[in-house]
Design a protein around this ligand. Structure first.
Ligand code: AMP
Ligand code: ZN
Length: 503
């Protein structure tokens, strides 16, 4: 009796998802507030220029998380904002905001810049197979909510108005709440590190941050408010929009590691000040993509654009890489680890991806044998699931998929056989993880492309066979050599010729 119950116990355990929570700094069992519903908010881009590959990594990481939650059966409301208000580099900066700056450079209206780069952002995410969020709210579309939030914070005494601007009073807040709860920063140390107001004399304290900033005479992006014409502070929109769409407490908030402080710390402060409760149960932070060991960043000029990789733009990129192969490269690292981009690493990952892709194609052609081999398909499938349930561990999952690739290849070479049940489990799970979880293609386009390639290759092999029958070795060799240069290898056997994409 006990033995027969064991699989159920195991399945129940492997169904439990553990998430590394940046707030508690430990892996925790995921318990959504209101299952099967899950609320997830991810900070989106500021749309004043092209997203770089580092930005893309973070969006791919949260795409993986979204996909896995969905596969587990959760109904996820995924909110990712578009920051279309041009924020200043910091509160001291009285100059132009980033969007207006770009508008002047490109001789366009600020809202044209916003639209142009929002479109580009969508294009990139679509090419790299990120599923669009359920709601994509814009900051400019939520000025009323942001102004309301400032009103509440003011009414609770955690903000003050000076000369048409409103600042959050960090010192006052710290008397009641833990400023630094997320980032682990200590307010005393922060204060001693930034004694100087450095041109920000309106503030009572250098740690205070703007909730509303008065617009200077030349500032283009401006809105009326109870405090005069101005624009919202850069932490405000995420607090206002996450509350509006997910409630005053929700399950998951994500973004890149660089947003932990001050952005997310300030979001928590604004929210606690206004609503007297913590906004988020699980904070997830994706780690940075680096280039030459340094954080990829536009402002340092240390960046690669996603389409540079797919176009093979020299001098940094050696050849064109498919978007799926770039996505695979990213998913080969855990979202919480840094990942360094190099052509060597990308090239190795590209080869591995093609091996996996070939196995996905091959598994469809394998027929079940009469006898089962020693491969425990169910245990393998459980291992895949456990990897993803262990804080979305895609590199471990991919290692398990490569165990399956060995089995597929052995079956193909007739060195191993699987019975019908083993084969079904293997096929179903390979397809589930490759297509749905890792998002390495969509099955329809893949199968139609595969069918197309199969059709074309069969035609070519027929033509070559006819040439060989007529002893036209020139044509036959030309076909073989040209295909070889495309990494397609022909194998001549006694049952005819077969082809394979070279690994
Ligand atoms: P931004 O438009 O700068 O707010 O960035 C959009 C998202 O990309 C944020 O979640 C950032 O944390 C993230 N991000 C920025 N640079 C990198 C990087 N080098 N690697 C990974 N994520 C990044
Ligand atoms: Zn945000």
């Amino acid at each position: 009796m006990l033995v027969s119950f064991q699989p159920f116990i195991f399945v129940a355990m492997s169904n439990e998802l553990y998430i590394y929570n940046s707030l508690t700094r430990e892996k925790q069992l995921f318990n959504p507030l209101n299952p099967p519903f899950v609320g997830m908010y991810v900070c989106g881009p500021t749309v004043y220029n092209e997203v770089h590959l580092g930005n893309l990594r973070t969006f791919i990481s949260f795409d993986l998380i979204y996909r896995w939650l969905t596969v587990l059966g959760y109904k996820v409301r995924y909110v990712r904002n578009i920051t279309d208000v041009g924020h200043l580099e910091n509160d001291a900066d009285e100059g132009e905001d980033k969007i207006s700056q770009r508008a002047r450079l490109e001789q366009l209206e600020p809202m044209e810049i916003v639209q142009k780069y929002t479109n580009r952002f969508h294009e990139v995410l679509n090419v790299f197979r990120c599923i669009p969020p359920s709601i994509e709210p814009t900051a400019t579309g939520h000025l009323i909510e942001q102004i309301d939030l400032i009103r509440i914070i003011l009414s609770k005494g955690f903000a003050y108005e000076v000369n048409g601007s409103v600042y959050f009073d960090v010192k006052k807040y710290a008397e009641y709440y833990n400023y630094g709860v997320l980032s682990g920063r200590n307010i005393e140390e922060l204060l001693s590190g930034t004694r100087d107001l450095d041109g920000q004399e309106e503030k009572r304290n250098p740690l205070d941050f703007a909730l509303w900033k008065k617009a200077g005479a030349t500032h283009i992006m401006r809105w009326p408010s109870p405090w005069g014409e101005g624009f919202p502070g850069w932490h405000l929109e995420c607090s206002a929009m996450s509350t509006k769409y997910l409630g005053t407490t929700f399950d998951i908030h994500g973004g890149g590691m660089d947003l932990k402080f001050p952005h997310h710390e300030c979001e928590i402060a604004q929210h606690c000040a206004a609503h007297e409760n913590a906004p988020v149960n699980y904070w997830i932070h994706g780690n940075m993509l680096t280039l030459n060991g340094k954080k990829m960043s536009k402002s340092d000029g240390n960046f690669v654009l996603p389409f540079d990789l797919t176009n093979g733009t020299p001098p940094l990129v050696d050849k064109p890489y498919s978007p799926l192969s770039v996505r695979f490269f990213m998913l080969q690292a855990h979202y919480g680890s840094t990942l360094d981009l190099s052509m060597e690493a990308l090239s190795a990952s590209d080869k591995a991806f093609r091996r996996l892709q070939q196995a996905i194609k091959d598994v469809a052609t394998i027929s079940p044998g009469a006898t089962a081999s020693d491969f425990d398909a169910q245990e393998w499938a459980n291992n895949c699931k456990s990897a993803m349930n262990d804080d979305f561990n895609s590199p471990i999952l991919i290692a398990h998929l490569f165990d399956a690739v060995k089995i597929v290849n052995a079956c193909k070479d007739k060195k191993r056989s699987l019975d019908a049940l083993q084969l079904t489990i293997l096929k179903d799970n390979l397809n589930l993880y490759f297509y749905q979880v890792l998002g390495l293609d969509n099955p329809e386009s893949a199968s139609s492309q595969t069918e197309l390639l199969d059709g074309v290759m069969n035609l070519i092999l027929d033509l070559r066979k006819a040439a060989r029958e007529q002893k036209d070795w020139n044509t036959s060799d030309k076909i073989r050599n040209t295909l070889q240069s495309l990494d397609i290898v022909i194998k001549d056997g006694k049952d005819g010729s077969t082809w394979q994409i070279n690994n």
